[in-house]
Ligand binder design. Sequence first.
Ligand SMILES: [Mn+2]
Length: 206
Amino acid sequence: MTKNRQGQVHRTTAETNVQVQLNLDGTGRCQVSTGVAFLDHMLNQLASHGLLDLEITAVGDTHIDDHHSNEDVGIAVGQALSQALGDRRGIQRFGHFVAPLDEALVQVALDCSGRPHLSYGLQIPAAKIGSYDTELVKEFFVAVVNNSGLTLHIRQLAGVNSHHIVEACFKAFARALRLAVEIDPRRAGAIPSSKGVLEQAGQAHT
Ligand SMILES: [Mn+2]
């Protein structure tokens, strides 16, 4: 399949200005600058292990805290992912990965179903990693799921160090996503649903 699987989003609010370019068939090229250093580090994991090309710039009201920038980057990444997937023709659709990072072990299972759902099972011991509030990890994935139509389950199987737990989560998400969006040659370009349709997030239901 030679279809161009890319998404491009420019989202501006009173709180943030976010630009995202995403290519599902990339090589892991990543240029991100969100104003939230730990989030940049995690988005690098997503690109590198998901083999996505990802360009993100965000300017936001981080003088208040990282909440708006974190959430709005998640929204824009979700929208770009939905665009890149289009009608989800020919993809594997499901992906699953368990990623270790030293003592941490995180399992991610996902379905590019068109139906947003997050089941979030991280228990991060520290309230902050650097200056990043660890409760924002869930907010990031809520935003991604709601705007991309992913069904996403995250389970922490082990972990003590907060940085390790979150990074293992992003690595597992990246790998699971890479498997799910891969083109399945046996699918022969068909939509991978017995209903014949996978809804796209943000589009009218029929
Ligand atoms: Mn790290």
